[in-house]
Ligand binder design. Structure first.
Ligand code: ACO
Length: 326
């Protein structure tokens, strides 16, 4: 049995900072409201000419350098994203060309904020069964490009960024020990971009009605998130034959500080065992877990032998968790 672990990580966020005070100027909100209800202080946005693959390629290059391998060693690139540069080619193919990983197969995967964890689990199966040896898994998003800048319900939450890991064989007993993935298509309406696909192709009317932007039922998504975060981690722990007491560090999807606190509470984990950076970046969708993981490792929060739990939830609805011995 091949053990599959993370051999290197990297992340990248665009330079442009949007503070809560910037948002106060353009909509009816306040720094205080946003901090109290979400824990977010600022987020990053792409600037004109910057697209998702630009962020993804930068994160990927850092992950390769961290793993100490060249791009030609990569067998597969999986990008979790709902904000591709265009319908096709995929972000994964654009990244393949950019980083010169010409031996790699490449595809994108759609699971919204759970995209990185779905990608991680998918990649690990290819390595476990001996098909591929080294896989780049990337979560990269520019949600600012599909957010209505006048909608205070969503514009305060989302930011842009990318995180990447190189996955490969690791020592026995280390790496991914268990996971859980799930979906609930009946909840699809709670969080969606209605137009721009084949159901409602782009027309002057869809544009006038702002149907190319994220629509969200915040309260329902909040309730769903609180319930599912603890549950998915517990299922992944059971698959790894571990319990919440074994977790040394939780790396949750950074959607809202209150959701993170509630998940930690349901798992009986004190907040000093939880990586939080939602204050700096807001919700970067599929990029949030790998960015938080990268920060946790680089700042020494996550160390060799730690048992870490990654957990995410998002549109679809989807959710997922993975338990990793570092
Ligand atoms: N600024 C000021 N006031 C606001 C704002 C704002 N930005 N937004 C809403 N309000 C007001 C509301 O109008 C309401 O006023 P009322 O009491 O007079 O009616 C009041 O504040 C409370 O609004 P709620 O919606 O009940 O506020 P809540 O505490 O639920 O916070 C939030 C809203 C932050 C959106 C929360 O519901 C949330 O985080 N939900 C989860 C969202 C999420 O995680 N989505 C991403 C999923 S991941 C993915 O797939 C992308």
């Amino acid at each position: 049995e091949i053990s599959v672990g993370i051999l290197g990580l990297g992340s990248y966020v665009p330079e442009k900072v949007i503070t809560n005070y910037d948002l106060e100027k353009v909509m009816d909100t306040s720094h205080q409201w946003i901090v109290e209800r979400t824990g977010i202080h600022e987020r990053r946005n792409v600037t004109e000419g910057q697209a998702t693959s630009d962020l993804a390629a930068k994160a990927a290059e850092k992950a390769l350098a961290d793993a100490g391998i060249g791009p030609e060693e990569i067998d597969l690139i999986i990008v979790g994203t709902v904000t591709p540069d265009m319908f096709f080619p995929s972000v994964a193919c654009l990244v393949q060309d950019r980083i010169k990983a010409y031996n790699a197969a490449a595809f994108d995967l759609t699971a919204v904020c759970s995209g990185f964890i779905y990608g991680l689990v998918t990649a690990s199966a290819f390595i476990k069964n001996g098909t591929y040896r080294k896989i780049l898994v990337i979560g990269a998003e520019t949600l600012s490009t599909i957010t209505d800048k006048e909608d205070r319900n969503t514009a305060i939450l989302f930011g842009d960024g990318a995180g990447a890991v190189v996955l490969g064989e690791t020592e026995p007993g280390y790496g991914i020990l268990g996971f859980d993935l799930g979906a609930e298509g009946t909840g699809g309406d709670l969080l969606k971009v209605p137009a721009g696909g084949t159901r409602q192709p782009v027309t002057a009317e869809t544009i006038a009605n702002k149907l190319h932007f994220i629509q969200m039922n915040g309260n329902e998504v909040f309730k769903f998130a609180i319930k599912v975060m603890g549950e998915t981690v517990k299922k992944a722990l059971a698959a790894a034959q571990l319990t919440p007491q074994d977790i040394t560090c939780l790396v949750p999807h950074q959607a809202n500080l209150r959701i993170i606190q509630s998940a930690a509470n349901r798992l009986g984990l004190p907040m000093d065992k939880v990586v939080v950076n939602v204050d700096k970046y807001g919700n970067t969708s599929a990029a949030s877990v790998p960015i938080a993981l990268d920060e946790g490792v680089k700042n020494g929060r996550i160390k060799k032998d730690d048992v870490i739990a990654l957990a995410g939830f998002g549109g679809g609805l989807t959710w997922g968790a993975a338990i990793i011995r570092w």
